[in-house]
Design a binder for this molecule. Structure first.
Ligand code: BGC
Length: 391
């Protein structure tokens, strides 16, 4: 099973989840009870200290054979006060881009991955109509970071951002609650503004959508379509004029006549409590293609598990699913696994999604067998016997 020439093989991360010390962000403030929100099990703290150790992290990915790295830049560092742009923060992220390029990793840069600067949150966050203009200004400020970057993701999982905009909502454990309609409207407007700015600067712009593989039980097709509309379809339809769309999938949601159904008692669950369901990504890709027809990158896909052999099995199943969509003529251009490192899972460090573990006391990195496995798939540009035997 081989993939198209030039297919990107990579891993993804997000600033707040691995950098550490993101003190000027709304999440940090929530973690410490300074902003509204439910209590968290653990604060992000130093995370993996990837703010300083990014070279080592990228080197591990490149050495394994991967060809791409998706990471986010942190608005709360770049614009710590409204209108003050930190040249030092811009320089930091420019160095990250340069390092990726030097190591042969195609950088994909996300401009917004869940966290906001405190001042933005205090001004009403994404509920405030001014959020669109504020985000557009930040995108302009961030342009110098994007020298040498072709693929830019404006906003990670706007459908999740529309949920998280409710301060009482923690990171949802199972399923996706309905998002705030006003926030959805502002996110769509902010994305459109950002795409225009980025395209004028010669970038290929898109955003990444959390897809949930909404599967209709017989007779529940209309209910399922309606259920998915505000949670997913509206965001995928927004991508129609973009250069690409990022599809992110972890699990499925079966929907009956009365709405989503509980996970079967005998189903395998991952450390996030989600059903183990590797082909979720296939549903996400097909749903997107049908609604916008733009090229797809799998920008996140993975599993929280302490058993790395389940990670490999899950990923193999997901890649077989991706390959089926390519066989059907869908333009899928890359697979970026979530995540490069075990990371801060929005309130807890327990669910481990990483291809690389690290020591909480020394920050020493410990690549897992799954990193070598994915690297060998990348080198073969396919799921060949060789890649499977390298286990
Ligand atoms: C997010 C990541 C998160 C992952 C696993 C996605 O919703 O983009 O930040 O860690 O899924 O929950």
């Amino acid at each position: 099973m081989t993939f198209p020439n030039g297919f990107l093989w990579g891993a993804s991360t997000a600033a707040h989840q691995i950098e550490g010390g993101n003190v000027n962000s709304d999440w940090w403030q929530r973690e410490h009870g300074h902003l509204a929100g439910p209590p968290v099990e653990a604060p992000s703290g130093d995370a993996a200290d990837s703010y300083h150790r990014y070279r080592e992290d990228m080197q591990l990915l490149a050495d394994a054979g991967l060809t791409s790295y998706r990471f986010s830049i942190e608005w709360a560092r770049i614009e710590p006060e409204e209108g003050f742009v930190s040249r030092a923060a811009l320089d930091h992220y420019r160095r990250m881009v340069a390092t990726a390029v030097e190591l042969g990793l195609t950088p994909m840069v996300t401009l917004h991955h869940f966290t906001n600067p405190i001042w933005f949150a205090r001004a009403g966050g994404w509920k405030d109509a001014g959020s669109v203009e504020r985000f557009a200004r930040y995108v302009e400020h961030a342009l110098p970071v994007l020298d040498g970057v072709e693929l830019v993701c404006t906003i990670n999982e706007p459908n999740m951002v529309a949920v998280l905009a409710d301060p009482d909502q923690g990171f949802p454990a199972v399923g996706l609650p309905a998002g705030d309609p006003l926030v959805t409207e502002h996110l769509i407007a902010a994305h459109r503004r950002a795409v225009t700015i980025l395209q004028a600067a010669g970038k290929k712009a898109g955003w990444s959508v959390a897809t949930q593989a909404y599967q209709a039980e017989p007779g529940a097709e209309e209910v399922t379509e309606e259920y998915g509309r505000s949670r997913e379809h509206v965001f995928l339809e927004t991508s129609i004029n973009d250069d690409w769309v990022g599809i992110q999938a972890y699990t499925r949601t079966r929907v009956g006549a009365d709405g989503p159904l509980p996970i079967d008692d005998d189903a395998e669950r991952t450390l996030t409590g989600w059903e183990y369901y590797p082909s979720a990504i296939e549903d996400g890709i097909r749903n997107s293609w049908q609604r916008n027809g733009v090229p797809v990158y799998v920008t996140e896909n993975g599993i929280a598990t302490a058993d790395d052999s389940r990670r490999i099995d899950y990923t193999r199943g997901a890649l077989e699913a991706v390959s089926r969509t390519i066989d059907d003529g869908i333009d899928v251009r890359g697979y970026l696994h979530w995540s490069a490192l075990d990371n801060y899972e929005w309130g807890s460090y327990r669910p481990t999604f990483g291809l690389i573990a690290w020591d909480a006391a020394t920050f020493e990195r410990h690549p897992k067998p799954s990193l070598g496995w994915l690297g060998s798939v990348a080198k073969a540009n396919g799921l060949l016997e060789a890649a499977q035997a390298s286990l």
